[in-house]
Write a protein that binds this ligand. Structure first.
Ligand code: NAG
Ligand code: NAG
Ligand code: NAG
Ligand code: NAG
Ligand code: NAG
Ligand code: NAG
Ligand code: NAG
Ligand code: NAG
Length: 419
């Protein structure tokens, strides 16, 4: 009898201690679900995958919850899908470090596309001072770009937000991605502020932020230094706005690259689709390859790519207030296909200098115009055709401002609490 009673007490104690809620505590109006309460060890060695999944299930099915990764700890988590929809708004508070297992051999060979992937969420906020670390070094060494004898295989994207809407990401650090560091895919209304992304300059295909099939995305006050594109935007994306971005080292801000199929596993070769209404504003580049690049021919596969028969249709792109240094001669490169020209491409107040040599602008099959001071000059933009609309100084180019106002405003989206 005593034994049974003691056993019951043991079962009940943690529940009472945690404010009559299973595996969580209530803080103000939020229901906080700490991964530690689900058995996470946080020593960087133990496998904390199950604890994260358990905590996710609890948090996602509770109203006004906070999924908490506490600070000062290092949690090792396998490739995991965190799937919504959740009952209510959810805050993913990452204050500690989440690390991936570093050995590619230990990954499930059937699913090597993503490490931490959040699917089908609505009204979710990712925030905190924590670090998401893909531990990518062994993946980089196994890349065919590092060693031609290696087979070309896609490596995981470290952090993915997919098929989601009304998402806020604030303040996190994402580093050492196995391949792409942060992907926003098939999502709308995504606001990313104060994000830091770092991967070594010689790590292959480690794009900073990769946006595909998404609309209404705002990136603001981000610092990105990787081995590949700072920010890349591909098929079926529109109303993207970037403001106060620092890029370097790495490549520039790229639009429409195709033929990355085997390396980043994201874009179909010869993939069709569109990218439109994108505005870059106040971007600083330091020692970056092709700081501004639109490339419909881009192909980094080890075997030669065929010329594309169809390409991503690219229009209404504004580059404004872009300054810094280019590592390559072509500081600005618009390589558009003859079958699908790029239209309405605008440059305004650009100052890109070479590290030591003169830099230039390359144009193929592109139309648009330049305003204000543009260095290197891009006469080739307006020269290629005069049929498209020209804009005057000070004129707003397109109406994405309105569409974006909801995510651009400094007010927090409804339902979110600051912490
Ligand atoms: C995504 O969530 C919506 C509800 O928000 C649901 O109807 C749909 O089935 C979910 N899709 C997937 C693939 O889980
Ligand atoms: C995490 O990966 C390791 C190595 O493959 C495996 O032994 C372990 O079972 C995985 N954990 C979970 C919860 O699947
Ligand atoms: C490339 O990989 C092969 C086979 O794994 C290995 O023998 C060779 O030493 C590697 N080369 C370099 C430069 O690392
Ligand atoms: C891409 O990978 C596939 C297998 O995934 C392979 O058959 C194909 O030859 C590769 N293409 C290139 C251009 O490397
Ligand atoms: C590359 O694209 C082709 C079709 O476009 C697809 O069948 C193949 O699975 C892709 N390969 C990789 C590695 O993503
Ligand atoms: C720019 O990058 C190149 C290649 O990594 C490097 O050799 C050079 O020193 C860098 N220049 C500056 C000014 O950082
Ligand atoms: C592909 O098209 C480009 C631009 O028109 C041309 O310079 C290049 O030679 C072509 N490549 C092949 C393999 O046809
Ligand atoms: C430029 O105009 C010519 C003739 O009007 C047209 O055939 C061509 O496709 C246009 N090129 C671009 C880049 O718009």
């Amino acid at each position: 009898m005593t034994v049974v009673f003691a056993f019951l007490c043991l079962l009940l104690l943690p529940v009472i201690a945690e404010d009559s809620t299973r595996g969580g505590t209530r803080r103000r109006n939020d229901f906080v679900v700490n991964v530690d309460a689900f058995g996470a060890v946080g020593d960087g060695v133990a496998d904390d995958t199950q604890a994260f999944l358990g905590a996710w299930q609890q948090a996602c099915s509770s109203p006004k919850s906070v999924f908490l990764v506490p600070e000062g700890q290092r949690y090792r988590v396998n490739a995991t899908k965190f799937v919504g929809p959740c009952t209510d708004t959810i805050v993913i508070q990452i204050d500690g470090t989440v690390v991936a297992p570093d050995d590619p051999q230990s990954w499930d060979p059937r699913d090597q596309r993503a490490w931490l992937a959040f699917h089908n969420l609505s009204m979710a906020a990712f925030q905190g001072n924590g670090v998401i670390d893909g531990s990518g070094s062994k993946w980089w060494a196994a890349s065919c770009k590092k060693n031609k004898t290696n087979p070309c295989r896609a490596a995981p994207t470290a952090f993915t937000i997919e098929s989601s809407s009304s998402i806020r990401v604030k303040g996190l650090t994402i580093q050492n991605g196995q391949q792409i560091n942060f992907a926003v895919s098939r999502s709308d209304s995504v606001r990313v502020t104060g994000l830091k992304v770092t991967s070594p300059e010689d790590s292959p295909n480690t794009d900073g932020i990769h946006i595909s099939e998404s609309t209404k995305v705002l990136l603001q006050n981000c610092k990105i230094g990787t081995g590949d594109d700072c920010i890349s935007i591909v098929s079926a994306s529109s109303s993207i706005r970037m403001k106060n971005i620092y890029c370097g080292p790495g490549h520039g801000i790229s639009i429409g690259s195709i033929g990355k199929n085997n390396s980043t596993g994201r874009v179909e070769k010869g993939g069709s689709g569109f990218v439109r209404s994108v505005r870059y504003q106040r971007v600083t580049m330091e020692n970056v390859s092709n700081p501004i690049i639109i490339d419909q021919f881009y192909c980094d596969s080890p075997t030669a790519c065929q010329n594309q028969t169809s390409a991503v249709e690219i229009s209404r792109i504004m580059f404004q207030d872009i300054t810094g240094t280019s590592r390559t001669k072509e500081a600005i490169k618009f390589a558009c296909s003859d079958t699908v020209p790029c239209t309405d491409i605008y440059l305004k107040d650009i100052n890109l200098q070479g590290e030591d040599a003169k830099v230039e602008t390359f144009c193929n099959s592109v139309s648009g115009s330049q305003l204000g001071f543009v260095q290197p000059s891009a006469e080739c933009l307006s020269a290629s055709n005069s049929s498209t609309t020209t804009i005057r100084e000070g004129e707003e180019v397109w109406a994405t401002e309105n569409h974006l106002s909801t995510i651009i405003s400094d007010e927090e989206p409804p339902g979110f609490t600051n912490s």
